[in-house]
Design a protein around this ligand. Sequence first.
Ligand SMILES: [Zn+2]
Length: 245
Amino acid sequence: MNEKITQIKKFYEEAFQSLEKSKPLPYIEIRFYPYVGINHTIRVRDGKIFVRIAELCRDMPSVGQKALAHILIAKLLRKKVSSKAREIYSGFIKTEEIRDRALENKRSRGRKIISSAKGEVYDLDEIFDDINEVYFRDAIAKPVLSWSTGKTYRILGHHDSTHQTIIISKSLDDRKVPRYVVEYVVFHEMLHIFHPVEIRNGRRIVHSPQFKRNERTFEYIEEAESWIEKNVRNLKRKVLKQKKK
Ligand SMILES: [Zn+2]
C-alpha cells in the first residue's frame, strides 16, 4: 500500500474513533476512483468500510483529506458534520476549481479562441444528439456545447447552469480516446441538466442518489470508468509536459 493511502486511511480511522467511541474500529479500505467530477462515496459491506475518493482529489493536501475523512465518516454514522471540516474541505475544492479555470484562461489569453462543438476528432453536437435520444428521449434542450480551450485534466467536463453551457476537456478530443469515454462525460454533464442542484437544509446536493443511479445506466459505464482510471494520469503527464514548453 502506498504511503499516501496509508496516511489517508489513518484519517478515517481517527475520524471513526472520535465519532464512534464505543464501537471497535472496522477495517477501512481507501481507493481513488475516476469519477468525472468531484464526488466521493463511502459504504459499509460485511462490516467493512469502503471509501472511494475522486481521482481529482488525489493531490489534495493532508488538511483537506482529514476534513474529507471527517465529513464522510460523519455522514456514514449519521452524525453532525462539523462546520469547520466542511469549511476546510470546500475551501480546498474551490481553490482547485479556480486554479483549473485560471490555468485554462491563462492559456487562452492572447490567443485566438476557437472553441466550438466540432473538435478535431469528435463532434459534441453529434454526441449530444445520440445520448439525448438513447437516454433522455430527446427531452433535454440543447445547451451550448464546446470543447475547452485548454487541455484540462482535473475537470473532464463542466456544466454551467447560469450560461446553459457544457464544456468538455479538449484532452478528450483525441483519436486515442474511445468515443464511449466522451459520451460518458457528456452524459454526466447532461444529467446535471436533468437533475438540477437541490438545496436541502441549506446544503447543495449536486450529485443526488438519483443522479448517481441514473449515471449507472450508461451502457459502457465499466469500460469508460476503467479507461479514465488508466489514462487520466497519462493525460495529466501530457499536459504538464506541454506547460513546460
Ligand atoms: Zn458532476
